[in-house]
Ligand binder design. Structure first.
Ligand code: ADP
Length: 611
């Protein structure tokens, strides 16, 4: 048969491959091995239904040979093979090229995306070779045929000698150029490494002939070269194994090896799911923050496998942002090997799987919280901030999902507690969830506003992270209990009788407060008496939605709006300072002004936060 032309779209794909600047050219081997594996699958399936086909499934294998002299890399399988027509149809027109939906503007970057994401199949061999020969004998044909192509100019098919059913693909590897070292694909160790990386879990053995030297028996220094055939892939992926048979160490070493971590994971979540969609997932919670987590380079996501074949290194869609720190993989037979990123976003099975995975991680964390509290505390100390951001982000869209996973330090328990635990222990007369903000637990503990509440036996949550108060604001309430900052002017502990008394005291001393306000009018909105303090003379509180702590955080953010908390200087009406001030107002207004400054400074130091 003479020279044949490729179909237009195939030509285009081929051209893309030949001139590819794609950096992971090694994926061509993954493509050819997975085709080989599919072909064996097909023959295997045929043998189950067709009595005439007799074979021993233990013979199934994929063989890789390197010939450095000829500069060839050969991939041989004993799968179903191709007839003359099939060679012409399958390799002359790549079915998939139609679905590639090439964009007319032929940007290089888009091409690279296509190669990286689609897999691109058989033609990817042209990324590394200048001549490709496919010798194949179909299970349905007596004769064998050879397909040859140097690329864009077309291909030819002729009869050839081949005794066994199956396909042999011979790649003539390109010469090295200044930019590309193609000869790496003739290196036995490199090829083994590529197989290990991309095709470790192919169900059939991928074999290579390996030479090694061994000391000759009965000699001191004489060595002989031993040739042996070695299976490179492990064939059964750990995630396909029965959970009960897997030891902790096996999970751990797989994790450390695969996800390049020197530390063991904190938690392993292995799941085998059958149902609407079938998949296996193996997810790890690391025992520390990924070192590049806060950099632009960090990409969340899980490895995605289609029936044991790696199709995507980081599938972002599988993991919500707030669980972005987990590592792991998903293997599903319901996903096509050639799924693209755009297709993934609309892929129903993937959406369902991702929802399931999210729920699974959440359930596992809930169980850890319930049954392994120390471990959960450890987890929360590492990743708690992430969950808080998850609660706050997207306008609190996920707050219901995450609120029960949050922990806050409790004034009475002196450890981290959940909101549920807090609410369960609330006193009968207590209507709100009290919280106080500050830089450290110790500083909050010394706040004047905290003292009286503690004295009355209320539990207070101490919020020490910037994000904390934003979380409490987005939650608004938990089990219908509102969050209440102890430093807010809304805090209301007095009886109505006391309130009247306080109101009167404030009205009676209005003039005095005006004199005082004049001194610190840039710093505070108002000055007034309070009954919320026990031993302390003064405290600073805030009116409105923005607390002093939030003001600080917001103003640290890029392009801040210069928001200001409305600060109030509150003076303990039951403290001797109250009478002192009244006295000074009558007799020494200059001294009153000095006192005002001192009291304001005092209020600031008590605030649990320095600014
Ligand atoms: P895909 O595998 O996605 O269909 P490819 O370009 O990789 O696309 O291969 C095109 C077709 O060629 C395959 O669908 C298959 O029918 C056939 N083919 C490729 N490699 C082999 C092989 N080793 N044995 C039998 N058929 C093969």
């Amino acid at each position: 048969m003479g020279n044949k032309q490729f179909k237009a779209e195939s030509k285009r794909l081929l051209n893309l491959m030949i001139n590819s600047i794609y950096t992971n050219k090694e994926i061509f081997l993954r493509e050819l091995i997975s085709n080989a594996s599919d072909a064996i699958d097909k023959l295997h399936y045929r043998s189950l239904t067709d009595k005439n086909i007799k074979l021993d499934k233990n013979d199934f294998k994929i063989k890789i040979d390197i010939n450095k002299d000829d500069k060839t890399l050969t991939i041989t399988d004993n799968g179903c093979g191709m007839t003359e027509e099939e060679l012409d149809k399958n390799l002359g027109t790549i079915a998939r090229s139609g679905s590639l939906a090439f964009k007319e503007e032929n940007e290089k970057k888009k091409d690279i995306d296509i190669i990286g994401q689609f897999g691109v199949g058989f033609y990817s061999s042209f990324m590394v070779s200048d001549l490709v020969t496919v010798e194949s004998k179909s299970v349905d044909s007596e004769k064998a045929y050879k397909w040859t192509s140097k690329g864009i100019d077309g291909y030819s098919i002729e009869e050839c000698e081949k005794s066994d059913v199956g396909t042999k693909i011979i790649l003539h590897i390109k010469d090295d150029t200044e930019e590309e070292k193609y000869s790496e694909f003739l290196d036995i160790y490199r090829i083994q490494q590529i197989i290990k990386t991309y095709s470790d879990y192919i169900r059939y053995p991928i074999q290579m002939d390996i030479e090694r030297s061994e000391k000759k028996e009965g000699t001191e220094k004489e060595y002989e070269t031993i040739k042996e055939t070695k299976t490179i892939n492990s064939m059964t992926p750990i995630w396909k194994k029965n959970k009960k048979t897997i030891k902790d160490e096996e999970y751990e070493s797989f994790y450390m090896d695969k996800f390049h971590d020197y530390d063991k994971p904190l938690k392993v979540i292995h799941n085998h799911v059958e149902g609407q969609y079938n998949y296996d997932s193996l997810i790890y919670i690391p025992s520390h923050m990924p070192y590049d987590y806060y950099t632009k380079d960090y990409e969340k996501g899980l490895q995605l496998y289609s029936n044991g074949v790696l199709i995507m290194e980081k599938c972002d869609e599988l993991i919500p942002d707030y669980f972005g720190f987990v590592k792991g993989l998903v293997d599903s037979e319901d996903l096509s090997l050639n799924i693209s990123r755009e297709m993934l976003q609309n892929d129903r099975s993937l959406r369902v799987i991702s929802k399931n995975i999210e729920n699974k991680i959440k359930t596992e964390l809930e169980n850890m919280l319930k049954n392994e509290r120390d471990k959960y505390d450890q987890f929360f100390n590492i990743f708690g901030t992430q969950l808080k951001y998850g609660t706050y982000n997207d306008y609190g869209m996920n707050k219901e999902k995450l609120q029960d996973l949050l922990l806050f330090y409790s004034s009475t328990e002196k450890k981290l507690v959940t909101l549920k635990e807090y609410v369960e222990k609330m006193k009968e007369e207590q209507k709100v969830i009290y919280y106080a903000c500050g830089e450290t637990i110790d500083k909050i503990d010394m706040m004047p506003q905290v003292e009286l509440l503690k004295d009355k036996g209320f539990e207070i949550l101490y919020l020490t992270e910037n994000i904390d108060e934003f979380v409490s604001q987005i939650l608004v309430n938990y089990q219908e209990k509102t969050f209440q900052n102890v430093s807010s002017d809304k805090l209301d502990l007095d009886t109505s009788e006391e309130k009247e008394k306080l109101k009167k005291a404030n009205e009676d001393n209005k003039e005095m407060f005006n004199v005082m306000k004049d001194v610190i009018k840039n710093e505070v909105q108002d000055i007034r008496f309070t009954h919320r303090l026990k031993n302390h003379p003064v405290c600073l509180t805030s009116e409105g939605a923005i607390s002093v702590e939030m003001e600080k955080t917001l103003n640290q953010m890029p392009n801040n709006q210069g928001v200001k908390a409305q600060t109030v200087l509150e003076i303990n009406e039951n403290h001797e300072i109250a009478n002192k001030l009244k006295d000074l107002y009558k007799n020494d207004k200059e001294m009153l002004k000095k006192y005002t400054k001192i009291l304001y400074a005092r209020g600031k130091t008590y605030r649990g936060i320095d600014n």
